[in-house]
Design a protein around this ligand. Structure first.
Ligand code: GRF
Length: 201
């Protein structure tokens, strides 16, 4: 059984989708949900699902990124994860941290990478006049939002869309894509998964 740790910063809706998928004959199980924010709503959701949680407040370390990561590594390594999933995790990780999990750390990003790495992806897609948007699951490498793509899901951009309406449409696809990619990844299949557009919800 593969052990999956999930890092979150906020609501944890992607974490919930991942955790819910790891049941039955799924070859992985969630073993830890950790956050850089003790107030992250996702921590309560994880606890309610019976998943061990940990919180390391990055603000307690001032700007010392290495010290924060050392503190985060303690519960993370104690959970002995085979795979680490970043799910709405909003801290940039150093190359040293990432290299510890080289080839077994995944992230979901709310754009069709390589377009719009970084923040504020939906506003940028709208301002560019794009016809579509979406989300990407990729392997995490030291370069931000730039690792090998493992899956993508696309949504149409509709007239009148705002960053909020677009984000909500993309989030639905994130919750489909991430569990599907994780299941393949656990089985050793790293071929990119391009999800067909879902019936418009
Ligand atoms: C999602 O848009 C995700 O793509 C981004 O963070 C947002 C919130 O994710 N990384 P979650 O609800 O905390 O999983």
């Amino acid at each position: 059984m593969k052990r999956v740790a999930i890092l979150i910063s906020g609501s944890g809706s992607n974490m919930v989708a991942l955790a819910r998928s790891m049941t039955g004959d799924h070859p992985a199980r969630p073993v830890l949900v950790a956050s850089n924010d003790p107030a992250a709503a996702g921590l309560g959701k994880a606890a309610a699902m019976g998943i061990a949680t940990a919180a390391v407040d990055h603000r307690a370390f001032g700007g010392d990124r290495a010290a924060f990561e050392a503190a985060l590594l303690a519960p993370l390594l104690a959970a002995r994860p085979d795979i680490v999933c970043l799910a709405g995790f909003m801290r940039i990780l150093t190359a040293g941290f990432v290299q510890r999990f080289a080839g077994r750390m995944l992230n979901i990003h709310p754009s069709l990478l390589p377009r719009y790495p970084g923040l504020d992806t939906h506003r940028r897609a709208l301002e560019a006049g794009d016809a579509e948007a979406g989300c990407t699951v990729h392997e995490v490498t030291p370069a931000l939002d730039a690792g090998p793509i493992l899956g993508q899901a696309r949504v149409p951009i509709l007239p009148g869309d705002t960053p909020q309406t677009l984000a909500a449409r993309v989030l639905v696809q994130e919750h489909r894509l991430y569990p599907a990619v994780l299941r393949r990844f656990v089985a050793g299949d790293r071929r990119p998964l391009l999800l067909p557009a879902a019936a418009e919800t």
